[in-house]
Design a protein around this ligand. Structure first.
Ligand SMILES: C[S@@+](CC[C@H](N)C(=O)[O-])C[C@H]1O[C@@H](n2cnc3c(N)ncnc32)[C@H](O)[C@@H]1O
Length: 263
């Protein structure tokens, strides 16, 4: 059975999530901002750790936020809030957060410089940033192999969302420095992505991804042939733990510059 979109991301990224949780190290008093929180797994985890603090998840997708709110309510979490907002422009309260986290939710800004500056203003001086982003496309087997199976020799549309926009550390570092962050570091995370327990589930789940829709839109073949090649690829990636593809991510850590008020 295929996983729904929220469960798909949580399952796809389960191995990555452990690294992000450790790097974030949410403390009991932390006020945490989760950018592009989707269905809110990382926001809820932050809220559970911030027993005296709070977690705010922000996303543009009403559909994902509805799942996030439902799941938080089912858990009885009282210190978590989800807001539908564009993190690029949203007027967050100034210096309101001690920690900003994101699991693959910060690569899609039309104007990353403006977005990072806006997020920076929401963080108090000295606040920590811990973001997980994909490394560049060539270090992510899932992207290239799926593209080639579906639409060999074609390139991804330049005007679509680019999950690899922060893959180059020097670009990401420059953007963060200009936005007022210091102590910027990149930790290499190599974990496979999980697409489903079997080929049927993985095919169904992948059909909803932009990567697959874009590739199918770029080929002249009737969809049966490319989709069969995709199934063959997924078969080749079937392991005792399900359908897995290699991937490479960065955990970017940084601090909001500025004078930290003495206690
Ligand atoms: C790849 S998903 C990751 C979702 C979630 N962090 C997770 O790991 O399950 C990227 C998310 O970023 C959100 N997003 C994209 N642009 C955004 C923006 N400008 N402001 C807020 N959220 C945004 C999308 O709606 C989507 O939910």
């Amino acid at each position: 059975m295929a996983l729904d979109r929220a469960d798909f991301y949580d399952a796809e990224l389960a191995r990555h999530n452990r690294h992000l949780q450790i790097a974030a190290g949410v403390g009991p008093d932390d006020r945490v901002l989760d950018i592009g929180c989707g269905a809110g797994q990382t926001t809820r985890e932050a809220a559970r750790a911030a027993t005296q603090g709070e977690a705010v998840g922000v996303d543009t997708s009403a559909e994902m936020l509805e799942v996030a709110r439902r799941r938080s309510a089912a858990e009885g979490l009282r210190n978590v809030v989800f807001e539908q907002a564009d993190a690029q422009f949203n007027p967050f309260s100034a210096a309101g957060f001690d920690l900003c986290i994101s699991r693959f939710g910060v690569m899609f800004f039309a104007d990353p410089a403006a977005a990072f500056a806006n997020i920076g203003r929401a963080m108090r001086p000295g606040a920590r940033l811990v973001w997980m982003v994909w490394q560049s496309r060539e270090h992510n087997e899932w992207s290239g192999a799926i593209r080639q199976a579906l639409a060999p020799g074609t390139a991804v549309s330049a005007d679509g969302p680019n999950p690899f926009s922060l893959g180059d550390p020097s670009t990401a570092k420059d953007l963060l420095s200009v936005a007022g962050f210091t102590s910027i570091d990149f930790a290499d995370v190599r974990e496979p992505v999980f697409y489903g327990p079997d080929v049927d589930a993985a095919s169904e789940a992948l059909a909803g991804l932009y990567l697959v829709k874009d590739a199918l839109a770029r080929t002249d073949e009737p969809p049966g042939k490319p989709l069969q090649r995709l199934r063959d690829l997924l078969e080749a990636h079937m392991t005792p733990e399900g359908v897995l593809f290699d991937s490479s991510a960065w955990i970017i850590t940084a601090r909001r510059a500025g004078v930290v008020a003495s206690q």
